[in-house]
Design a binder for this molecule. Structure first.
Ligand code: ATP
Ligand code: MG
Length: 464
């Protein structure tokens, strides 16, 4: 990942950069907002911007908005000045990091922004076959449509194809079509010229040009609006793009990969997705199967994630108990590999003792729901409630929650998780799948409402 630091960070740049680089980030630095904006326009788009909170965060955010550049911004400032933090967050910063930089906090933010680990861990024959197919088609310049349920590893597969392609030493640029508002996507993909719209104070290079010579991943392509679909089709067919406000087209050489967790053919038949674009993208279709259909992957993935998160949290890696291994194989995994990763992370933090037991995964108690005993066998999938941020949680079926309000259940989940994490906000936020800022805001609200909120270092270990 690439990190751009703007400002001097109160003299702590060195420390912050070292922490970021130790996590595998590439770090660049601009002295002020104007220079930072030049970098952002130039087509070397960072994954994250860290700005010194003594600079005007509001100016940076409004420049990004008016120039239609979408990138997460984190403000950094001296820890004691609460006003600065509040102002930075109000101005639109995603997080506030107090200085001197707290390694744990910076690591959590970097991990939240981007996952740099691109290993495809597997043991199941189905996955092996899929990788073989991917390798076979990688060297061609054909577009590939990668489909599969949420959390199955589609983006990872796209990186794998790029890595095995002739373009491997060129850039891999990913654009999440679902995350970028419709009105910003055109500028994001194609860039714009100075004066193209109010706020376009300088030329900006878009993702197509940034990926020139390399690979462009259009993630969650089904979410692209029809107007943009037409422009994208033209760009792919003509191998040229029009910058917004540009006078002449610009030639580009990019290999297009796209992902979708919806059935694109069905989107076509419902009139939501252009058929001609579908055919352009779907030269080859790779279908990533849900985790429950590749059971042999589960054990190796669980072990891999347990090791990874033990290391990240500075604890000794421990083996999974045989009971835990059995449970993991039986569980349905509606959130697929992402859910398994979250569950393993939680298990690492919650388990005590020489082995990681099944209870630490937080899946056992959910097997007690009415549907779990449906066919009277132990293999009935427990309802999933992997994490608050997980879409799989929407599949929670028939437990004792009916009749309670969302805010009640949410408060209980948050406070319980915080107890489990001994009051550690960073760990709790990462388990809950919400930002530290959101967590802090909620906790503040609970305290105001008179609820007891565990402080760092407090709490109990119920999973012992
Ligand atoms: N085979 C695997 N080995 C290691 N990690 C994996 C594997 N498959 C998926 N993951 C991890 O699981 C998470 C989800 O993967 P990824 O983002 O590629 O899925 P996705 O299908 O794009 O999900 P979504 O539909 O939610 O965007 C990532 O953290 C990824 O690193
Ligand atoms: Mg994805």
């Amino acid at each position: 990942m690439q990190l751009l630091i703007i400002g001097s960070l109160g003299g702590q740049i060195g420390a912050a950069s070292r922490i970021a680089m130790a996590r595998g980030a590439k770090v660049s630095h601009s002295e002020d907002i104007a220079k930072g904006l030049q970098v952002l326009r130039s087509g070397q788009s960072p994954d994250l911007v860290m700005i010194d909170a003594t600079l005007s965060v509001a100016d940076l955010i409004s420049a990004l908005e008016s120039e239609r550049i979408s990138v997460p911004v984190v403000a950094c400032g001296t820890g004691t000045d609460a006003d600065v933090a509040v102002r930075a967050i109000k101005a639109g910063a995603e997080e506030y990091v107090p200085l001197p930089p707290n390694p744990e906090l910076i690591a959590a933010i970097l991990t939240a922004v981007v996952e740099e680990d691109h290993n495809i861990v597997h043991a199941d024959g189905k996955t092996a076959n899929l990788l073989k197919l991917a390798e076979q088609i990688a060297p061609s310049d054909a577009s590939v449509l990668i489909t599969g349920a949420s959390g199955t590893g589609k983006e990872l597969m796209a990186r794998y194809i790029h890595g095995k392609s002739r373009r491997a030493d060129k850039r891999f640029v990913a654009v999440n079509c679902a995350a970028i508002p419709d009105n910003l996507l055109e500028s994001e993909l194609f860039g714009h010229e100075k004066g193209a719209f109010t706020g376009a104070v300088a030329r900006r290079i878009g993702k197509f040009e940034e990926a020139n010579g390399g690979t462009l991943l259009l993630d969650e392509i089904s979410e692209m609006d029809p107007r943009m679909q037409a422009k994208l089709l033209r760009a792919i067919q003509e191998r040229e793009i029009d910058r917004v406000g540009g006078r002449q087209p610009v030639k580009v050489d990019v290999r297009i990969l796209a992902t979708s967790n919806r059935d694109l053919r069905q989107e076509v038949s419902q009139g939501n997705f252009r058929e001609d674009l579908y055919f352009r993208l779907n030269v080859v279709n790779l279908v990533v199967p849900p985790l429950r259909e590749r059971v042999e992957d589960i054990g190796v993935l669980a072990t891999y994630f347990v090791k990874k998160y033990a290391k990240a949290n500075g604890v000794e890696p421990r083996p999974l108990s045989p009971e835990a291994q059995r449970l993991l194989r039986q569980y349905e995994w509606p959130g697929n590999v992402r859910e398994l990763e979250n569950a393993a992370h939680r298990a690492v933090l919650l388990s005590t003792g020489p082995e990681i037991g099944s209870e630490a995964f937080g899946l056992v108690e959910r097997a007690a729901g009415p549907l779990a005993a449906k066919d009277g066998t132990a293999t009935a999938p427990p309802a999933s409630q992997a994490s608050a941020g997980d879409t799989a949680a929407g599949e929670q079926r028939g437990s004792g929650l009916v009749g309670r309000t969302v805010s009640d259940v949410e408060r209980e989940l948050i406070i319980d998780t915080l107890h489990h994490c001994l009051g550690n906000r960073t760990h709790a936020a990462s388990i809950l799948g919400i930002s530290i800022r959101t967590l802090r805001n909620k906790l503040k609200q609970y305290v105001e409402q008179g609820f007891a909120v565990p402080m760092p270092g407090e709490g109990e270990r119920s999973a012992a």
